[in-house]
Write a protein that binds this ligand. Structure first.
Ligand code: ADP
Ligand code: MG
Length: 725
């Protein structure tokens, strides 16, 4: 007999077959599913203001959101030319206020019926007639009784998202609230615990059914938080179990044979370089060498700020592998970057008689076939390329090492496709998008991490400044002046046009303006995203050979490209770029022993605001961060030279999920927890999970049977679970 929780929601009071169909459309089939459909917001009496209080707030200069509860008095559709505006007059126990919508008037007209009661949340304003007004507010409908109860008790009201699929079968805010509340009352106790008892008591957590109940109708704020903590912990715990298993999974593999290091060859190569390796590069090389000499495949993440010299480390690792008769590949995110790697590596290997090949899209058929043959028969030892490297018809001879450059540009699938073309090859992924230390462990907890935390000695830190647009003429003069002593300049413009045609036109307009109006005496080049890689590559080549003093560019220069004499970068409309993008762009200069400059351009007012802003998160609220994102980004660029510091700032601005999409790491998305805000909890969950997996690899201990069951049920496709199968 199926238990009650697995029954269809259709048997719940006020649901029935038709509504059940609607529920199914949003993924809710069983009673259990419904119990885990949690509120997205709560209404807490202590956060409600009356309309008079709100007016007072406005007068005192408070700018945030507020929530009021009121009853609909009347409503009006007002026509303005072709547009319709919808206005609702409402009252609460202190006075009147109004809500307006400039879009979707018809829809709201149906929602806001006379006498209905709503909780309204948004930023209030005072109209020129002195009315208190909310424009496009969030709103939730309350039943009369609910609103009375609510105002007289300390009850917290849950609000659920009511997607259109539910509205279509006449399910609104209250009916959903009522259905869920009934279901919780009747069936919540039947929920089985999903964490082992010892973990629950160890961490002083609530059990499953209490937590579910409290998420739906918390008695007070404390109960709500405790319930949230429980789900966050649980989510992080299972996440970390997967990480731990992934680590185990890798540990149990062995490669065909460990590599032997030909020290003579490596020494010879290192001394052939035009520079001395940094201590950090040597340290990392040592770590990689140990991996290569081990019988377990390497699985290492190499982090190093832009310009820290990762390529050379990659190349030396490849040398070790090919001196053992194997092949090595280096996969880059763009063709132009692959091409640059190819040329530089060929150049550095000049006297070592090693065949290097390149495989990218857009190669001629014959040329491509020849390379494919030589990869297959093993003539080519080092293969550099883009996605083209993972295509089906590419067969390797003995692929021993896979290196992935700028790994954040590739997903797990692409990565593993390449890896599977070898036989347990060693894997090195490199990234210049620094992952904050706090996060490395959680997202890449199965990878070993090496960090190049030092720049080559001859580097002088890039001077970063911010200038208002009114200073552009001075900047052109500066560029002109510096060009006399051999400095080259990137002039970067953000992409604002959505269509390709317009984008092209915008790039060409900038080019023309600079060439004819601002710097007619200098040699100006143009590079943009609509060129083929071959065209881009030619322009870059010409730039390297000083055919241009200035390169007008859209963001194609963002990743990886290395041009030693380009020492000035001017970033127009800098506020349009994300922080890591800005840092990447800045990394294009300062690669020689001359002082380099990164000049950020912004509207004059913004430039003033940035210069006055104090970047100190400890005293700022989320609201302030939200409002000042572009100011904070620009300010951080001025303050921090290091990509690691910037990444921490970025994470505060955007949240970790956005930056290092967990999807890319091949791990489930987190629904409840935030790895930054809940870091302490994450550490606990991680310790617990790792300890358990280490001591009980197959989860055969009876106390851990719940863990095993849950992993198998919820992550059935995950290959790392094979060990507990
Ligand atoms: P990234 O880490 O951003 O990929 P690259 O590997 O492209 O950086 O290196 C940037 C530049 O620094 C290259 O021109 C490279 O030849 C040079 N370089 C690398 N290591 C050193 C070093 N130890 N000393 C001086 N220059 C170096
Ligand atoms: Mg690089």
């Amino acid at each position: 007999m199926p238990d009650n929780l697995s029954k269809s929601v259709q048997y719940l009071k006020s649901v029935g077959p038709k509504r059940a169909e609607s529920f199914a459309k949003i993924g809710i089939n069983t009673v259990r599913d419904l119990l885990f459909y949690f509120p997205t917001r709560y209404l807490d009496r202590s956060t409600i203001l009356n309309s008079v209080k709100v007016l007072q707030h406005i007068r005192e200069g408070y700018e945030g959101e507020v929530t009021v509860i009121g009853e609909v008095v009347s409503s009006d559709l007002i026509r303005y030319g072709k547009k319709q505006i919808f206005k609702v007059k409402m009252k609460d126990n202190a006075g009147f206020f109004e809500c307006v919508w400039f879009q979707g008037a018809k829809y709201f007209k149906d929602v806001f019926q006379q006498k209905n009661i709503f909780a309204i949340s948004s930023k209030p304003v005072l109209t020129k007639y002195g009315h208190l007004q909310f424009a496009h507010p969030d709103f939730d409908r309350l039943a009369e009784k609910e609103s009375k109860d609510f105002l007289h008790t300390s009850k917290i009201i849950p609000f659920y998202r009511v997607p259109k699929e539910l509205r279509e079968s006449n399910l609104g805010d209250f009916s959903l609230r009522r259905i869920i509340s009934n279901a919780v009352e009747m069936y919540c106790d039947e929920l089985q615990e999903s964490l082992p008892q010892y973990i629950i008591s160890q961490n002083n957590l609530n059990n499953t059914n209490d937590s579910v109940r409290n998420l739906h109708s918390p008695a007070n704020d404390e109960a709500l938080q405790k319930a949230q903590t429980r789900f966050k912990y649980e989510e992080l715990f299972y996440f970390e179990c997967l990480v731990a298993m992934r680590k185990q999974f890798i540990k149990i593999q062995t490669k065909p044979a460990p590599f032997k290091v030909d020290s003579g060859l490596i020494k010879k190569f290192i001394s052939s370089l035009p520079f001395k390796l940094t201590t950090a590069q040597l340290k990392v090389l040592h770590e990689i060498r140990q991996d290569l000499e081990s019988s377990k495949p390497m699985n290492r993440l190499l982090q190093g700020d832009v310009g820290s010299g990762k390529t050379i480390v990659a190349l030396i690792s490849m040398l070790i592998v090919i001196s053992n008769g194997c092949q090595a590949v280096l996969m880059s995110p763009t063709e132009i970057l692959a091409d640059q790697h190819y040329k530089r590596i060929k150049n550095l290997l000049g006297s070592f008689g090693i065949e290097v090949g390149i495989l990218i899209g857009g190669q001629k058929k014959n040329e491509r076939q020849k390379i494919l043959n030589e990869i297959k028969n093993g003539k080519i030892k080092i293969i550099i390329g883009t996605h083209a490297l993972i295509e089906e018809n590419v067969e390797y001879n003995k692929l021993g090492l896979v290196i992935i450059d700028e790994q954040h540009r590739f997903g797990v699938v692409q990565r593993s496709k390449l890896i599977r073309k070898g036989l347990q090859p060693d894997v090195l992924v490199m990234t210049a998008t620094p992952i904050p230390r706090t996060l490395t462990m959680t997202l890449y907890g199965d990878l070993d991490v090496s960090i190049i935390d030092e720049m080559p000695v001859n580097r002088i830190p890039v001077k970063t400044v911010l200038r208002g647009e009114s200073r552009l003429n001075d900047i052109y003069n500066f560029i002109r002046d510096k060009a006399k002593s051999g400095y080259q300049t990137f002039l970067v413009y953000p992409l604002v046009e959505e269509s390709e045609k317009l984008e092209l036109k915008a790039a060409e307009t900038h080019f023309k303006e600079i060439k004819e109006l601002h710097l007619p005496d200098l040699k100006i080049g143009l590079i943009h995203g609509r060129m083929s890689w071959q065209q881009k590559e030619n322009i870059m080549e010409e730039f390297v050979h000083k055919k241009y003093d200035v390169l007008v560019s859209t963001t194609v220069i963002e990743v990886g490209i290395d041009i030693p004499d380009a020492n000035i970068i001017v970033i127009n409309d800098a506020f349009r770029f994300g922080l890591s993008q800005l840092h990447q762009l800045r990394g294009r200069v300062g690669r020689s022993n001359k002082q380099a400059y990164c000049i950020l351009i912004a509207k004059n007012e913004l430039a003033v605001k940035v210069s006055q802003f104090k970047l100190d998160f400890a005293y700022q609220s989320k609201e302030i961060i939200e409002k000042n994102k572009s100011i904070i980004r620009l300010n951080a660029m001025l303050k921090y030279p290091s990509g690691f510091d910037l990444a921490e700032v970025d994470m505060k601005l955007r949240g970790p999920g956005d930056i290092f999409g967990t999807k890319q790491s091949g791990m489930p998305e987190l629904r409840y927890a935030n790895v930054v805000e809940d870091y302490d909890l994450l550490l606990k969950a991680r310790n617990d999970a790792f300890q358990i997996i280490e001591n009980d690899k197959n989860l055969s201990d009876r106390n851990n049977s719940i863990i095993k069951k849950n992993l198998q049920e919820n992550f059935s496709g995950n290959i790392f679970l094979s060990q507990i199968a």
